[in-house]
Ligand binder design. Structure first.
Ligand code: CA
Ligand code: CA
Length: 160
């Protein structure tokens, strides 16, 4: 739970986010806590009280549509520990080596499995569908997520 001072938001992928991997190295402005089984990322809010999380991490998915978390597996907290609700965790780097064509293969396995997995629902509408693939292609061709956790600068490790 997020108990730090100041105006901020904390995001905690809970036990239900079993396929979410958070990197210890994150972009400037994002703090990560990774100890005792807790995975938490925090950011200060802007003047409108909003914080956007763009995180380094991956899923633990393997080829063939391995098991994945459903909707709303991560809790959102305001400073002071106020629970603001839960969110679905979508993950572009599905296998951990940066976003590339191997992730698209896993996304397609999730899509064709007919089973919902939040990691592949990029628009958060509760279904895995072609618009999610379009979002994946935008991220992949955008080139801003080519590095995974261990290739990021500075390199990190995944929270255990
Ligand atoms: Ca990847
Ligand atoms: Ca979707």
């Amino acid at each position: 739970m997020f108990h730090e001072g100041g105006d901020g938001l904390g995001l905690e992928p809970g036990r239900d986010c079993f396929d979410t991997k958070i990197c210890t190295s994150q972009p400037s402005g994002t703090t990560v806590v990774c100890s005792g089984g807790i995975k938490r990322v925090t950011r200060y809010t802007d003047g409108a009280g909003s914080a956007t999380f763009r995180l380094i991490g991956s899923s633990s998915a393997t080829s063939g549509s391995s098991p994945g978390a459903g909707q709303r597996c991560a809790n959102v907290y305001a400073c002071g520990g106020v629970n603001l609700g839960s969110v679905t965790v979508a993950i572009y780097d599905l296998n951990g080596n940066g976003v590339n064509v191997s992730d698209l293969s896993i996304w397609q396995s999730d899509y064709y499995s007919g089973q919902y997995k939040g990691r592949s629902d990029y628009d958060g509408n509760g279904v895995i569908a072609p618009p999610d693939q379009s979002l994946f292609m935008s991220v992949s061709f955008g080139g801003g997520s080519a590095s995974g956790c261990t290739q990021y600068s500075p390199p990190g490790t995944y929270c255990q």
